[in-house]
Design a binder for this molecule. Structure first.
Ligand code: NZQ
Ligand code: ZN
Length: 391
């Protein structure tokens, strides 16, 4: 295991009806003038927004609102939010929604306190200062409720890029699994896929002797495989929703990633797909991951075989571990198909003619210098070959 520091100061509030306490937590973490930031309307339709507002009013906290965050959130609304926060002297940003609303809130929170263009943070500059952020989460997926990351798409050129910094970790996050019961099955499955992807990105490492995080990741993956079919079949299954929601947080606040080098090439490849085709991030990952695994398997076939055996229950073939490894990849494909995820470019709406462009941006965008991936280092030609496996 490698040396590490780990600081995850978010105060998590988990369970039924906890959104009614939002005002108390905003007050506890110093908010007196709040920007409520949300998406395309699901929180209005469900009545959640009204409950959150009532809880702020009960604490005497004033607020302004900005809705309209799109999935794969855009920079235009971030600029609008920054202006609004400055004009209204906002001192706390409250995201009500999914990863997109949270990421947009994080960008606004950082941009409000920054003299330059907030986009600098999405081109490699570390975020060191931001207004405090709170979240009321409505989908188990991106893990932004506990992460120091935010992903925004710049309309000009449709560049999807990540910003990072400990200042972006939410002060508090409210996780009520019942709020996820209104999700369409497809969005639920996209979330499940993203959570599993966050675990794979960490599992595939060259760092030796990381048994504790290996085993935690395997446990979380097994949980997803066990619980996901229950919520696809019965959207109101509270206990399964609860397990998935907490797994989503654990998968991405980095408690599973400490002390080990992580990969993240699949996320880099997926971000090109969701930038160009505006597909759901989880759906893109469902197409990318089996292809990436197929291409990189021989780099450490025993690690793939270990995953196949411990998580998917494939019999371990010690004489031919590649057989076990392949069976694991096939099990993943079948699982993703069974929860309604796409399996190739056509099902995703992606086009072969964009492969060159995507491979180039994946390897050279965001200040990258021609290669991606901490487990297997991929150059542009490798990335093209992996995209071709998705056709
Ligand atoms: O916009 P509304 O109307 O709220 O609808 C949303 C949206 O259409 C809907 N939805 C969310 N909760 C709902 C609901 N519909 C009914 N009932 C509910 N309870 O679901 C759709 C997707 O929402 P979104 O916020 O986009 O989902 P997700 O949480 O998957 O976020 C995706 C974004 O997060 C980024 C992705 O790239 C993508 O842009 N990521 C952020 C990360 C981070 N900050 O740490 C890490 C991830 O790897 C990821 O890249
Ligand atoms: Zn992700």
């Amino acid at each position: 295991m490698e040396n590490f520091t780990f600081y995850s100061p978010t105060y998590f509030v988990f369970g039924k009806e906890e959104e009614n306490n939002t005002g108390k937590y905003v007050k506890r973490f110093g908010g007196s003038r709040v920007l409520i930031h949300y998406g395309g309307g699901s929180v209005v339709r469900s009545g959640l927004l009204d409950r959150v507002k009532a809880s702020l009013e009960a604490e005497g906290i004033s607020y302004v609102e900005l809705g309209g965050v799109k999935p794969n959130p855009r920079s235009g609304l971030v600029y609008e939010g920054i202006e609004l926060c400055r004009k209204e002297k906002v001192d706390f940003v409250l995201a009500v929604g999914g990863g997109s609303s949270i990421d947009s809130s994080k960008a606004i929170a950082a941009g409000t306190l920054y003299d330059g263009d907030f986009w600098d943070y999405y081109q490699g500059k570390m975020v060191e200062k931001a207004l405090p952020i709170g979240t009321v989460l409505t989908i188990a997926a991106a893990g932004s409720e506990g992460s120091p990351d935010s992903v925004i798409t710049k309309e000009e050129g449709m560049l999807k890029r990540g910003g990072h910094g400990e200042a972006l970790r939410p002060a508090f996050s409210i996780l009520n699994p019942a709020l996820t019961q209104t999700l369409p099955a497809y969005q639920t499955a996209c979330g499940v896929t993203d959570i599993m992807a966050h675990l794979f990105e960490r599992y595939f490492t060259n760092t030796q002797d990381v048994e504790v995080t290996d085993r935690v990741i395997e446990g979380l993956l097994s949980t997803m495989i066990h619980e996901a079919p229950k919520v696809i079949e019965d959207p109101d299954h509270y206990q399964a929703r609860a397990n998935i929601m907490w797994a989503g947080m654990m998968a991405h606040n980095d408690c599973c990633g400490v002390g080990r080098v992580q990969d993240w090439a699949s996320h880099d490849m997926e971000h090109e797909l969701s930038a160009i085709y505006d597909c759901a991030h989880g759906a893109g990952l469902a197409v990318v991951f089996p292809a990436w695994m197929t291409y990189t398997m021989n780099h450490d076939v025993m690690r793939f075989a270990q995953l196949a055996s411990r998580v998917w229950g494939c019999p371990m073939d010690f004489a031919h571990p590649e057989v076990t490894a392949k069976a694991g990849i096939e099990a993943l494909r079948r699982f993703l198909g069974s929860i309604g995820m796409p399996g190739n470019f056509a099902e995703l709406g992606a086009k072969e003619e964009d492969i060159e462009r995507m491979a180039h941006t994946a390897c050279y965008g965001n200040g990258r210098e021609g290669q991606i991936g901490g487990f297997v280092s991929l150059k542009e030609e490798d990335v093209k070959a992996i995209y071709r496996l998705m056709i």
